[in-house]
Design a binder for this molecule. Structure first.
Ligand code: GLC
Length: 738
């Protein structure tokens, strides 16, 4: 822990009253007070339990004014706000805190800057398909430059919840199913958000979330229980949070879920033993929205007061919007039910991040003039376009003639179908709260701008396929493009789906178009893996575009017309059927690995293999791998392979290196990603790609939770995706282990 501010923190603590200490732990959301004079939260409840309709809710929201509780602020009873994305409001409130409270302690402004602030980049699941930490850091830096101009000090990101279940809507917010990728993604974002100097006006603190293992919610149902062995928790789910802490993240958000029965918000083992003692974290913890109060629902606290006491003693510093701290902590401390030193520790964590952000010396880090100049700069748009191109994954590209259908020739007459092709706002995806849909370029706008001759038909009217509208346009075109997938509300928080297939009405549109026996290009806009076997069968080409952000249309045109060669590769498995979830590449072999004979691990009604495996993605060129070699040096395996571009145009290939421990004291995954490299190859060019895999990284936790690296046989798989690899086996001798 850096001792740089400890004296100033202690000096302040000595001056603070109990009320002022508790006030620092309170984070308020801008409570929207509707015409009923009720809080935004109560208005939501009224809508959810049917006391008001959605239309009434929207109308009331329209009449709502934002209640920032200024009187509480003046009394030193607020330490932070969530969700204020404009410099004027932030500065107005900061001025009250700095000039009208007794001690002038500045406010901390948090915001969900998940994938861009105003220049919205592809959703994280999409961007993770670029397999490019340097890109992830650059887009993180861009987000920080825009968000801090709007008064943001801390972002509730990166989200690094490993998720192996596509039913979970929040798989869209992270880097998919793999532990290594999630850690690299999160660490790159932390570097991008925080920059080299956290006190710089364009740096914002990273708040890593959701700690921990939220992505393992049972049955993919949001907020559901998480129950797993300690071995699995440590091997598969905790490492990405640790990687972010090691990258310097200054805040962390415990998750809504329990772990083995103890909600993260009150989980002392997680928040003290792991986070503070094992990992040496000295930043601040902030709850998820209302999460402390919800420990009553979980059934671990009798009432709100007990929830407050449990959370503070467990190591939760700040209460996001539940109000249980401000309601109860003064009394709990006065009555000795909570130790004042626990309160002081939480206050110190919050003061520390405020010092590190430079807020005591520069409480006004931005102003309206800077904000007005900061958004949607051309260089930001071009970065968003680059990120969108690199996030897109070519899943199929055939043609009857055996040639590739894509890229298209501009002389081809195309007909475009589906509302997602012309939608702007849907392109932002989930958690783009600082965005304006109008900022997005739709596919149809980009085609027009490119001078492409095309017709456009939504093709679905009142929930039915509009065959009349289709006939003429499809009949007169050479190639048919159909936009399919999900609306942005169908992924993200509270958006679990038990059935992850494409809506039947969209399938009927696809089938209607396929009946014209012309090449059909399916463009997918979605926030999670979907079950696409029927789409794959009907389509000539399939391009996964995800929710690609403000430059959606331009990035699509760049790929469709060959200006860019797609290089993205999936970071989450696309199952054949929803019933296979959770389905992931790093699975165990079992004693009867799925195969032809009946008594093996498989389903009667579904193929063994996914439609698209982890790491899969095509290119407009092709690559051949040869000469996989494994050597040993300096406590590590040196893995090398030759990769040749055997096609007619340059491209970037993501070379993946997996390993399998053939015999261990606990079963090990059939493959585990240990390294990857993205290499650019000109047509005809060949390169040797090398990886170093330290013996130490081949370990696992044994039955007694001891981390062991054992001798024995390891098989390395190196290739273009988790199913298509060269392999070579090697023996690690007992004498060679660590
Ligand atoms: C939400 C989300 C969390 C977000 C927080 C603040 O409920 O779970 O990811 O950062 O509230 O908006």
């Amino acid at each position: 822990m850096s001792r740089k501010y400890e004296d100033r923190i202690q000096e302040l603590l000595n001056k603070m009253t109990l009320q002022e200490k508790v006030g620092q732990l309170r984070q308020c959301g801008p409570s929207l007070v509707g015409a009923f004079e009720v809080s935004f939260e109560e208005l939501l409840d009224m809508m959810f339990d049917g006391r008001i309709t959605q239309e009434e809710f929207a109308r009331l929201m329209g009449t709502a004014k934002q209640d920032f509780r200024e009187d509480d602020l003046r009394d030193g009873r607020i330490g932070s706000y969530n969700g204020i994305g404009d410099a004027a409001t932030a500065n107005r409130l900061q001025k009250i805190a700095v000039t009208e409270t007794r001690l002038g302690i500045p406010l901390l402004f948090g915001y969900d800057v998940i994938h861009g602030f105003r220049t919205v980049t592809p959703i994280p699941l999409a961007e993770s398909c670029a397999w490019e930490p340097e890109l992830w850091e650059r887009t993180g830096r861009m987000a920080a430059e825009e968000a801090t101009a709007a008064g943001v000090h801390m972002t509730f990101a990166p989200m690094v919840d490993v998720s192996k279940d596509a039913r979970w809507g929040r798989i869209s917010e992270g880097a998919g199913e793999d532990t290594l990728l999630a850690g690299l993604y999160g660490a790159a974002k932390v570097r991008g958000f925080q920059g080299d100097d956290l006190s710089a006006a364009d740096s914002m603190a990273a708040c890593v979330k959701h700690f921990a293992a939220y992505g393992a919610a049972e049955a993919g149902r949001d907020y559901n229980r998480v129950d797993m062995s300690m071995q699995r928790l440590w091997e598969e789910y905790l490492p990405p949070y640790k990687a972010c802490i090691e990258a310097g993240a200054r805040a962390i958000m415990p998750a809504f879920n329990d772990i083995n029965g103890v909600p993260c918000s009150v989980n002392e083992w997680l928040l003290k033993e792991v986070l503070r003692e094992k990992w040496g974290f000295d930043g601040m913890t902030v709850s998820d929205a209302n999460a402390i109060a919800e420990c009553v629902n979980h059934g671990v606290a009798r009432d709100r007061a007990e929830a407050a006491a449990l959370a503070l003693e467990a190591g939760m510093d700040m209460d996001m919007t539940s109000e249980v701290y401000i309601e109860n902590l003064e009394k709990l401390v006065t009555e000795g039910q909570v130790k004042e030193e626990s309160l002081d520790r939480a206050v110190a964590d919050i003061l520390r991040i405020k010092f590190e952000l430079g807020l005591f010396d520069h409480p006004y880090r931005t102003d309206e003039e800077r904000q007005s100049r900061a958004m949607l700069k051309p260089k930001y748009r071009s970065l968003a376009r680059e990120a969108a191109v690199k996030s897109m994954v070519l899943l199929k590209n055939d043609a009857a003639s055996g040639e590739m259908l894509l890229p298209l020739d501009k002389s081809k007459k195309i007909a475009v179908f589906g509302e997602l092709a012309s939608s702007k706002s849907e392109m932002t995806g989930a958690w783009a709260i600082g965005a304006e849909g109008n900022d997005c370029v739709s596919l149809t706008e980009a085609l027009e701008a490119e001078g492409i001759l095309f017709t456009y038909t939504e093709g679905i009217c009142n929930g039915k396929v509009d065959r009349g509208a289709i006939e003429e346009n499809a009949a007169n075109a050479d190639v048919l493009l159909i936009a399919m997938g999900e609306h942005k509300e169908e992924s993200g928080e509270a958006a679990s789906r038990a059935d992850i297939s494409i809506p039947e009405v969209q399938m009927k549109l696809l089938e209607a178009l396929a009946a014209f026996s012309k090449p059909v290009v399916v463009l997918l806009f979605n926030g999670r893996p979907l079950t696409l076997s029927r789409v794959h069968e009907k389509a000539t080409a399939v391009l996964e575009a995800w929710h690609p952000g403000v430059e959606a249309g331009n990035a699509l045109v760049d790929i469709l017309y060959g200006k860019e060669n797609p290089s993205g590769k999936l970071t989450a498995t696309f199952p054949f059927a929803s019933g296979q979830c959770p389905m992931y590449y790093a699975h165990m072999n079992t004693g009867r690995p799925g195969g032809k004979s009946k008594f093996t691990s498989k389903y009667l009604d579904t193929p063994l293999e996914p439609v698209y495996p982890f790491g899969y993605g095509l290119s407009y060129t092709s690559y051949e791998y040869r000469d996989l070699k494994i050597e040993k040096k300096e406590k590590a395996f040196l893995v090398s392979v030759y990769v040749k571009n055997v096609g007619s145009r340059a491209g970037e290939e993501i070379v993946q290196c997996y390993v399998q421990d053939k015999a261990a004291k606990r079963v090990r995954p059939v493959k585990l990603l240990k390294a990857f490299d993205k290499v650019r190859l000109e047509a005809g060019e060949e390169k040797q790609v090398c990886f170093t895999v330290p013996f130490e990284e081949l370990g696992y936790y044994d039955w007694n939770m001891k981390y062991v690296v054992e001798d024995g046989e390891f098989v390395f798989y190196v290739g273009k995706n988790s199913s298509d690899c060269l392999n070579a086996s090697v023996i690690l001798e007992r004498s060679e282990r660590r």
